[in-house]
Design a protein around this ligand. Structure first.
Ligand code: GSH
Length: 253
């Protein structure tokens, strides 16, 4: 049995929900509400020691990190294939699945600033301390500490935007004549990069325009027209429930 612990429309959750859907695989959807820090719950940390989504549990065995999970699904459920047929194309695919993870890490400053600052602002001082103590990974704890201390500074945000921009310029070249990143073969690279491009467009639309990266924009349109993508990126489905009205640490206990 496959179980996916995810948080609906978050960047890395969408990556794995899309891999599963493109392959037509059935799975139990286990929603983890980040707005009450359910990702830091002790039970959840047993299957994801980093305290992030997504986690795939296959026949009781947890697999974490979206980059790794995508390859695992491909390994175990090879049809329909999301792996290009030549070694060179597979190398190109992996460069971009890896880059998606790399850019996502850099982009967390932008995401935390835009979407998560208010998660901390709404907490009492005591709850902030509980949340910080429950965060297992030092660099993630340091990031939350910055938010608790008032926010991420402009220099760090500018650096993150520069990194995303640099990556997307390269991605535009990589798409070339398309239609997909690896030419005619739709692959994990398309799936993993889509969530990065989509999130960038939400947070910094000036980085993804027809003038700046025309091939990325045209590729995104082709991606969004796929029925699996349409479902995964749509709000209001069973897998993307309405968020709670306020932020709390109720999920940690
Ligand atoms: N791709 C990495 C990163 C995962 C990640 O950062 N997930 C975000 C959602 S896109 C998350 O769970 N954030 C919660 C937090 O930072 O506390 C992985 O799959 O492990």
């Amino acid at each position: 049995m496959l179980e996916l612990y995810h948080s609906g429309l978050t960047t890395c959750s969408k990556q794995i929900r899309l891999v599963l859907r493109e392959k037509g695989l059935d799975y139990e959807s286990r929603y983890v509400e980040l707005w009450n820090y359910a990702n830091l719950n002790k039970e959840y940390l047993k299957i994801n020691e980093v305290g992030v989504v997504p986690t795939l549990v296959h026949d009781g065995v947890p697999i974490r990190n979206s980059f790794v999970i995508a390859e695992y699904i491909e390994d175990v459920f090879s049809e329909p294939s999301l792996l290009p047929s030549t070694a060179l194309a597979r190398a190109k695919m992996r460069l971009w699945t890896w880059t998606a993870d790399d850019i996502h890490l850099a982009a967390t400053a932008v995401t935390y600033n835009a979407n998560l600052q208010n998660m901390v602002d709404e907490l009492s001082e005591e709850d902030k301390q509980i949340m910080l103590e429950a965060t297992p990974v030092p660099d993630r704890r340091a990031r939350w500490q910055k938010l608790a201390d008032g926010g991420i500074d402009q220099r760090e945000l500018d650096g993150a935007l520069d990194k995303i921009n640099w990556g997307l310029e390269r991605f535009d070249e990589a798409i070339g004549d398309g239609p997909w990143v690896c030419g005619d073969e739709y692959s994990l690279a398309d799936i993993m990069m889509l969530s990065i491009v989509h999130r960038t467009r939400e947070l910094a639309p000036e980085l993804v325009t027809p003038e700046v990266c025309p091939r990325v924009v045209a590729w995104q349109e082709r991606m969004m027209a796929r029925s699996a993508v349409e479902y995964v990126y749509k709000p209001g489905t069973d897998e993307t429930p309405k968020r709670p009205s306020g932020k709390s640490i109720s999920g940690i206990a």
